[in-house]
Design a protein around this ligand. Structure first.
Ligand SMILES: Cc1ncc(COP(=O)(O)O)c(C=O)c1O
Length: 430
């Protein structure tokens, strides 16, 4: 049996390495340029411009990261803002003795304003939450639906989008119905027809991912929301992948609710997300997490972000990630995403894979998905990482999802393609 002294000394031994800080060794930003590349470089040589920007990211230079769709990587300007946020918060030096560096009780307009502008809505329609899963849960949990009433979604929803509705179905008897999306989706009309055909007099909500995680298809969000509106049905869109991947204007889409995880394509810190609720719909949504303010309608969407004490420095990072995207320019970022995705898809198609990515350029952006049968997942995914330091996203039995964020270079994609050729040669019949 351990006595108290053994226990304490074990804590000391265990704790020391984590508590010690070698500032020279741990300089997070060693070798990272203090400034972003000059924008004029883009005009003279785009690839050099992006390769200079790549230097702002901590992902080691000898790794190729093709899985930004699962999680992005916050670059130096974002990390610096987070660290600065901690520096301010942890000094507890607020001039107002009632002001503490916690959130969950405040408007945080300094973060909501730039976010609202970036995604095209009003500040009062946005709540800062932790991620898309949390925001989707707020929607499913917060709407009044009766047993037998239906929610219509696709068969390609992320668990963080689908399961909040499954829980509601188990608990309250609502019905979850799904349309099966073709792989690939040939055009927008095919999706609209599927949804329209599946509507019934009991459909109350259409829920879908703007960009489903399974294939990366960009679904015709505006048309789907307009279909819902024309039938008096609420529309809720899971936009986890959208901000930072492509230009977004929520008001133009015309949805009732929109959720996201900007830690993916906006390269924001992990643990910051948002919930948008159209002004006219705010009063129909109950709070899920509740503290003072839940019953004050004049707070508008702010009441959904009142969750108790939380982490302000990540919001400083969120703001910096918006500034970074604006500084580079969303036009350029989206163009780069499309170019890189088209390149990888073309090259994979030449190699005989089956594309699950839409042939319609309007229905694809920074994610390409292919089936590499007979090669198997996750075997190839593990081989890529272990042997080649390349991260892809596999899906059994044969799917590969390839994310091509702007900070990837053509040479990175060529390295992946060479590795794929080598794997295919070594595993002709898998
Ligand atoms: C479409 C979609 N929705 C929701 C999520 C969940 O994101 P988070 O874990 O940040 O809540 C993901 C993550 O991959 C996703 O792709």
């Amino acid at each position: 049996m351990w006595d108290r002294r053994d226990f304490l000394s074990s804590l000391m031994v265990g704790a020391l390495p984590a508590l010690s800080w070698n500032s020279a060794k741990d300089d997070l930003f060693a070798g990272i340029p203090e400034k972003l590349p000059d924008k004029s470089l883009y005009e003279t040589n785009e690839e050099v411009y992006w390769s200079e920007l790549r230097r702002q990211f901590l992902i080691p230079r000898d790794e190729v990261y093709l899985n930004n769709g699962t999680v992005g990587s916050s670059p130096a300007p974002v990390l610096r803002a987070v660290i600065e946020g901690y520096r301010n918060a942890e000094r507890l030096a607020q001039s107002d003795p009632e002001d503490y560096p916690i959130w969950g009780y405040a408007a945080w307009n300094e973060f909501r304003d730039p976010l609202a502008e970036f995604v095209g809505c009003k500040r009062d329609e946005i709540a800062l939450v932790r991620n898309a899963t949390e925001a989707n849960s707020y929607i499913a949990n917060g709407l009044d639906l009766k047993a037998g009433e239906e929610v219509l979604m696709t068969d390609q929803e992320h668990p963080g989008g689908e399961h909040p509705w499954n829980l509601k179905a188990r608990r309250y008897g609502i019905v979850v119905k799904k349309v099966e999306l073709p792989k690939p989706v040939p055009n927008a009309a095919a999706v609209l027809n599927l949804f329209e055909d599946a509507l019934t007099p009991r459909t109350r909500v259409i829920f879908f991912s703007h960009i489903p995680t399974v294939t990366g298809t960009v679904l015709p969000a505006k048309e789907l929301c307009s279909l819902a509106r024309s039938k008096g049905i609420l529309s809720a869109v899971d936009g986890a992948h959208v901000p930072g991947m492509m230009k977004l204007n929520i008001h133009e889409i015309g949805c009732d609710m929109y959720t996201s995880s900007p830690h993916k394509w906006l390269q924001a810190p992990k643990g910051c997300g948002f919930l948008y609720v159209r002004d006219e719909v705010i009063d129909r949504l109950w709070n899920t997490i509740v503290t003072e303010g839940w019953d004050e309608p004049k707070l508008r969407a702010e009441r959904f972000q009142r969750i108790g004490s939380s982490n302000v420095p990540v919001l400083c990072g969120l703001k910096a990630s918006i500034e970074l995207a604006n500084e580079i320019g969303m036009d350029r970022i989206e163009k780069r995403h499309r170019q890189m995705a088209d390149y990888i898809l073309q090259e994979m198609t030449k190699r005989g894979v089956t594309s699950w990515t839409s042939p319609d350029p309007a229905l694809r952006c920074g994610i390409s998905t292919v089936s590499v049968a007979p090669n198997k997942m996750p075997e190839m995914e593990y081989w890529m990482w272990k042997e080649k330091k390349i991260r892809i996203r596999g899906g059994a039995p044969h799917k590969v999802r390839l994310s091509t964020p702007y900070y990837l270079l053509h040479q990175d994609i060529d390295r992946y393609l060479a590795a794929y050729d080598e794997y295919r040669l070594a595993h002709p019949s898998a």
